[in-house]
Design a protein around this ligand. Sequence first.
Ligand code: UDP
Length: 248
Amino acid sequence: MIRIDGRKFDQIRDVKITRNFTKYAEGSVLIEMGETKVLCTASIEEKVPPFLRNTGTGWINAEYSMLPRSTQQRKVRDSSKGKIDGRSQEIQRLIGRAIRSVVDLNKLGERTIWVDCDVIQADGGTRTASITGAFVAVAEAIYKLYSDGLIKKMPIQNFVSAISVGIVNDECLLDICYAEDSNAQVDMNIIMTDRCEFVEVQGTGEERPFSRKDLNKLLELGEKGNKELIRIQRAALGKIADEILGMD
Ligand code: UDP
């Protein structure tokens, strides 16, 4: 079956990672996955939350937001309602967990990295694109600390990326776009490291409970997609990637 945008069932959208996209943040990346576009920045703050003070350990915090006109109908800004909606809260916690899972916070020292993921244009998979882009922004920011001599040992232990998969019209598909997402019987977000280990799997069969066989198929698609994304992250990071992988 040919998909709505002409892709094969196991084909990811065109991915583009642009580094140094904005000027002020220590790490700044625009990630584009098809029509989904997210700006991910990583900012260093030389202090930690109270629960980590005097422990020598660092922290990574993530925030996620959709710009009002990132969606087909204008969406009211979280900040204008005075509180963050449940979906954004869930997504920002997911991004934080994913990035922390591959960083040794002891080696980071007592400082915080603020990860900000702002969706410029949404066409499905904004949380997974956020994670994939945020990793590159964080790697850039950490590398800056490392090359400035502020940290002695590289805190990044692995690469991490994320991709969505789903079942649409009873077919398992990789990297679902919004048109597919809105008809999906099952949808799942798979977060993995470069060692093909899972960091998190979020899956819902609200429209159609799914079998173990389906689950295996979806995981296999997720692994294929994440391998491709990590290759793209490595290419985007160039010599930083070599240093991350070659150092401890
Ligand atoms: N979406 C939207 N408005 C919203 C939330 C979602 O238009 O308030 C669209 C958007 O294209 C998004 C897609 O629905 O990418 C799927 O949303 P979901 O909550 O599954 O998160 P995502 O797949 O973006 O991580």
